[in-house]
Ligand binder design. Structure first.
Ligand code: S3P
Length: 164
């Protein structure tokens, strides 16, 4: 089996992608990129402003284009936004990467998503979670972060990468 190009962390808002990504990257000696951070840097607009001023479809276009580019390269830990894998082209592009879907119990998500700042879709999160569940479930690897410390979750992800 060929080694995966990148380690991609996806999953719903509040599951720990942006927190764990830098830790895992440091532990593996890989570069880290957070797609939301990159989109904000490239567009000069916050995620909230992008949604409000340009609309969600424009944000999704930027997200998809960025992911196509990242998927064509190697050697990164990539934290995506929670909606990134709704795009079939992105799912296809990351087939050569190790994709891990982070999950968390709804009670844990409710707590983690209390502060909605910067997350335009967080007010309606239960609805989005229900709608996206089939897509998340179809992803090849899952890690439930509900009861894991950052160190424990990082160790799981490092092991998963090292097994490939
Ligand atoms: C989104 C999740 C956000 C961000 C944007 C849309 C989503 O990222 O990409 O607000 O559709 O679930 P996080 O999952 O890092 O909050």
């Amino acid at each position: 089996m060929e080694r995966p190009r990148n380690l991609v962390l996806t999953g719903f808002m509040g599951t720990g992608k942006s927190t764990l990504g830098p830790q895992v990257a440091a532990a593996l000696g890989l570069a880290f990129v957070d797609t939301d951070t990159e989109i904000v840097a490239r567009s000069g607009l916050s995620i909230g402003d992008l949604f409000a001023q340009r609309g969600e479809p424009y944000f999704r276009l930027l997200e998809s284009q960025l992911c196509q580019h990242l998927a064509s390269e190697s050697g990164r830990v990539i934290a995506t936004g929670g909606g990134t894998f709704l795009d079939p082209a992105t799912r296809f592009a990351f087939q050569s990467s190790l994709v891990v879907c982070l999950t968390a119990d709804p009670q844990v998500l409710a707590e983690r998503l209390k502060d909605r700042q910067g997350r335009p879709l967080a007010a309606d999160w239960r609805h989005h979670l229900k709608q996206r569940q089939p897509i998340y479930e179809a992803l090849p690897h899952h890690l439930d972060t509900s009861n894991l410390s950052v160190v424990e979750a990082t160790q799981h992800l490092v092991r998963l990468w090292n097994c490939r």
